[in-house]
Write a protein that binds this ligand. Sequence first.
Ligand code: PLP
Length: 383
Amino acid sequence: MKNIYMDNNATTSVAPEVIEAMMPFLRDLWGNPSSMHHFGGQVGSCLEEARAKVATLIGADPSEIVFTSCGTESDNTAIRGAAEAAGNNLKVVTTRVEHPAVLGPCRWLKEQGCETIELGVDGSGQIDTADLRKALRGSHSIVSIMWANNETGVVFPIQEIAEVVKEAGGIFHTDAVQAVGKIPIDVRRTPIDMLSLSGHKLHAPKGVGALYVRKGTKIKPFLLGGHQEHGRRAGTENIPYIVGLGKACELAARHMQEEMERLAALRDKLEDGLLSSCTDTRVNGDRKSRLPNTTNISFQYIEGEAILYHLSDIGVAASSGSACTSGSLEPSHVIRAMGVPFTAAHGSIRFSLSRFNTAEEVDYVIQHMPPIVSRLRALSPFV
Ligand code: PLP
């Protein structure tokens, strides 16, 4: 039985080097970094080393990195913290294709009486920056727009978006959970105020993340309590996991250039192979501006969940663009926002690769997919 994992936008395996880096902090170096004695001092310096590694990956100053428990906490801290600091007469601008970790706090702010605008996307999943300019007119805005979409891999024009927001005097947060470690990010070049990242998307464990907060950006802390993280996030730091995140960022920086090229070639091979061997297929998302590791393909007239079930039977893990909500299989909000036709939306499958995937695995999927598709189409009421 094969064991092929192509669902790396959901989560990634923890890299062996990351586990190795973490182990001493589970076994021997268990001090509290805030303690004055040497137990604290030993881990305190490692906490700062990890902070520097995370900062280096995105071109930040280490003092601008706040460790959190996950991408969701980073997103919530950025949006709710900036809104609280900004006070009244505030507008929140986001997009319809954000992760729930962004849509949740934006919609919560709407319930609190904040004007909220969710920008739409075109058929390729791209936004029009003219819509953003229009949305920014008037009151002071907090803008949260993702760097790369978790379902389609579509990369938004973040440089332009950030410049538009800054020209309008707004605060710009980007959810870069899917982009960090996969494509180059440099906050010295791109005028971002806040950026979220998450460990488990780049071969660190689940349960650790970070928020980049540009010097001078006004946000209120989300967790109140002690003075950890310079008063920006209370709670004793999770040292083993933070050290793991630091190591994962160091590895991502080291491998990025070669992996971007290798993964894009593997992804294209998988995509071309599936499009040519299975009829009635289409790629969802802008093929020109996409993460190198992601493809989202619709196999028309059949259910994504059924495809996943058969893939799992042959040892392949991917994911579908449908979410099981209250018993009905509805296409995801991202696929719906793109206006993908009904029969294609229901059969959308996301393959997301990592540096541990191989060409042999891609060949295996290309070889085994056509019979699965034919079998399901034979049963489809739409064919
Ligand atoms: N934002 C995006 C784009 C994501 O893909 C995810 C996770 O899937 C998150 C935020 C949430 O991150 P976490 O699972 O670390 O809370």
